[in-house]
Design a protein around this ligand. Structure first.
Ligand SMILES: [Zn+2]
Length: 363
């Protein structure tokens, strides 16, 4: 749990940063979501920032196309601008690619850390870029209609899986065949459902499991504390080392031992690294509080996976599938997948507990 938490840290951190009146000199027009204050300082426009935040939140899940996102934002009552309440698709795309919202900006090839409040975390920005996928196009297009179409790709050629309704009621899936591929047979939705259910069964936990694991989580809290302390120390040392290195390099540059281009390249790279380490460090400081919440959240998700497998209501709960299954593929009607972290560990662990469970009625 602690390890998983650490992996997801940067998500939470930037939110708490104080709004600064100091000038983070950004010599261009500010993007949507920000405005200039009386002394030219960069301030957040709360209404617009809420729009940006929501856009990133929905898009970084990875199961919605830009077109549908435009519609969803509008349906959810989020207005882009008073005169143009519905955002244009191209504007939305530019917004979701704008580094500025993470608190960093690029100017003439240099990346600077701005002195203004970020609207979204670096992690969320990364997630959104992943959603754009290889071709800079949204990966998933069909989730609103066919629950597994946005989730699955072809196990032979990697194209997305599409769905069709046959005879007015039966849903069939098959490879879109955009690349040469021998997978052209239709797979019934029911056949996929059975396999999805099996996948969920391996990580799903019952209400009883949930309760006892939550108790165990509370008991493990002191272990996590110790882990956190060693990590904090390690990261602090790393930051010190990198800052010393950067300083040395600057001196080398002043002495004329290295040229300006090389200096810029390393300065940008290392500054970003140092900043992300600092973000990590900050997160460790608040990790004590978040640890329990995050742990409970994961356990609840494992319980939701259990309930979903029982009820089979995939259409309204596809988000659970996206959260627990990593790149599921379909080939010759057979589903292949791995679990996202830490549900891979759940699957391993539950293999053991299920065996124990037969002997031990407490489980
Ligand atoms: Zn294929």
């Amino acid at each position: 749990m602690a390890k998983n938490y650490i992996d997801n840290l940067s998500e939470e951190v930037k939110k708490g940063q104080k709004e600064s009146a100091e000038q983070g000199f950004y010599p261009a027009k500010l993007p949507y979501g920000y405005c200039r204050g009386e002394h030219k300082e960069i301030l957040i426009n709360e209404k617009e920032a809420a729009f940006v935040k929501a856009a990133f939140e929905f898009y970084s899940v990875g199961n919605i196309s830009l077109r549908n996102l435009v519609k969803k934002l509008n349906d959810d009552g989020l207005k882009f601008k008073p005169k143009t309440p519905m955002i244009a698709k191209t504007t939305l795309e530019l917004m979701l690619k704008r580094l500025f919202y993470t608190g960093f900006y690029e100017y003439k090839g240099m990346i600077y850390e701005g002195k203004y409040t970020p609207i979204i975390s670096q992690n969320q920005f990364k997630q959104a870029q992943i959603s754009f996928g290889k071709d800079n196009k949204p990966k998933f297009r069909h989730t609103h209609q066919f629950v597994f179409a946005g989730l699955l790709t072809c196990g032979e050629c990697g194209c997305s899986i599409t769905a069709d309704i046959k005879k007015g009621q039966y849903v069939y899936y098959r490879c879109t065949n955009h690349r040469p591929c021998s997978q052209n047979n239709y797979i019934r939705e029911e056949d996929i459902e059975i396999q999805i259910k099996k996948a969920l069964d391996k990580i799903g936990i019952t209400q009883k499991h949930l309760n006892s694991l939550k108790t165990a989580l509370k008991e493990s809290f002191s272990d996590e504390n110790a882990y956190n302390k060693t990590q904090t120390k390690q990261i602090s040392e790393e930051i010190e080392m990198m800052e010393a290195r950067l300083k040395q390099m600057y001196l080398d540059k002043l002495d004329g031992n290295i040229d300006n281009d090389l200096w810029l390249e390393y300065r940008n790279k290392w500054s970003m690294e140092i900043s992300s380490l600092k973000t990590k460090l900050e997160a460790h400081k608040t990790a004590d509080l978040k640890y329990m919440d995050k742990g409970c959240e994961l356990l609840d998700l494992a319980h939701q996976a259990y309930l979903l497998a029982q009820k089979g209501d995939y259409k309204n709960n596809s988000n659970i599938l996206f959260k627990v299954l990593d790149t599921p593929t379909l080939k010759d009607g057979k589903l292949s997948y791995t679990y996202t972290k830490p549900f891979n560990l759940f699957a391993e662990g539950l293999k053991c507990t299920v065996d124990l469970g037969r002997k031990d009625s407490n489980l």
